[in-house]
Design a protein around this ligand. Structure first.
Ligand SMILES: Cc1cc2nc3c(=O)[nH]c(=O)nc-3n(C[C@H](O)[C@H](O)[C@H](O)COP(=O)(O)OP(=O)(O)OC[C@H]3O[C@@H](n4cnc5c(N)ncnc54)[C@H](O)[C@@H]3O)c2cc1C
Length: 291
């Protein structure tokens, strides 16, 4: 399929990108890697008259630890996250989420910012960002603002970004000592969207859990935080019984619908199994165990 005609812009500064957004308003769309937007345009589910490509806008590819956070520029590609020694060593959950996005060709183009701004409940990064309690940094004509990932993800394909704002950075708090993260996805075949997936982050204090982040992919209208399961884990030893109960609570937090990936009850059972796996993996990492 061929998309309807559109005007293409490649601004070379953020101010130019912002003024194009203001000028063309609802008729325009930002493009990052194009891996979600272009297919939608080809299917004529999106038909912007003005396409504003962010590729030449400088300052959107930062990837460094700064001021207590891993700062990821919105245009950092999946492939970069996947192969970054810093991310591999300190944020294995992010690497695991990147590695299961589509295929290597898509990952060479697709960006973290695009994955989050698209707000597809089937996308893999939003849940990992919920578990890690990330903050989004957006810029617009009224200046810069920070948005917690919980407030950023509003609904299916909907974020709290204003139409004239650009997501510029994602800030992931640096892990406290004895922390570990993991992302576990179940898919019908390699490269597919998840039947369900679970993101976990735990911080241990001795053998008890001091902090936990748990979130779910593709079992609701948006990526979901499993709040009751998180709360249940605090102050407990992560033994089999605790993990089983947290998995049950995470299953209860899921809001799956029956579709071509399976019936709702099956997906809830998958969430329970994946929660147990993700928690065990994150806890092993937190206590210096095997990867
Ligand atoms: C075959 C295939 C399989 C896939 N499988 C998976 C999968 O398993 N898991 C998964 O997570 N994803 C999957 N994807 C989606 C892929 O990761 C997308 O690329 C990603 O969701 C969007 O990233 P992008 O950089 O390509 O964004 P684009 O497609 O360029 O943009 C997506 C949306 O975000 C907006 N946007 C982009 N950047 C910004 C910004 N900085 N500020 C404000 N708005 C912005 C755009 O306007 C657009 O509405 C798949 C894609 C394909 C083609």
């Amino acid at each position: 399929m061929i998309p309807p005609p559109f005007q293409y812009y490649a601004p070379t500064s953020m101010s130019e990108a912002l003024s194009l957004l203001q000028q063309h308003g609802a008729e325009s769309k930002l493009m990052a890697g194009g891996q979600s937007l272009i297919p939608l345009m080809k299917l004529r589910l999106a038909s912007p008259n003005h396409l504003i490509d962010l590729q030449k806008v400088p300052g959107l590819t930062t990837l460094e630890e700064r001021d207590g956070a891993l700062v990821i520029g919105a245009m950092v590609r999946e492939a970069t996250l996947e192969h970054s020694p810093l991310v591999r060593q300190r944020y294995p959950g992010i690497v695991e989420a990147s590695e299961v996005v589509a295929d290597p060709v898509v990952r060479n183009f697709a960006t973290l910012g695009g994955n989050l701004a698209h707000a597809d409940p089937a996308n893999d990064h939003p849940a990992m960002m919920l578990a890690l309690r990330a903050q989004m940094v957006a810029i617009g004509p009224r200046g810069q603002r920070r948005i917690s990932v919980d407030d950023f993800l509003v609904d299916t394909f909907e974020t709290s970004l204003a139409p004239d704002e650009v997501l510029v950075e994602i800030h992931v708090p640096q892990p406290a000592p004895h922390s570990g993260s993991a992302y576990v996805k179940f898919e019908r075949k390699v490269g597919d969207y998840a039947v369900a997936a679970v993101a976990a982050q735990v911080t241990m204090n001795g053998d008890v859990c001091a902090q936990a982040g748990l979130a779910l992919t593709n079992v609701g209208p948006r990526s979901l935080r499993a709040g009751a399961a998180q709360q249940f884990l605090i102050g407990k030893r992560l033994d089999d019984q605790t993990i089983r109960e947290a998995a049950r609570l995470a299953g209860d937090a899921a809001e799956p619908t029956s579709d071509l990936r399976g019936p709702a009850e099956y997906k809830r059972a998958v969430v329970r199994a994946l929660t147990a796996r993700a928690l065990r993996k994150a806890a092993q990492r937190a206590t210096g165990g095997a990867n």
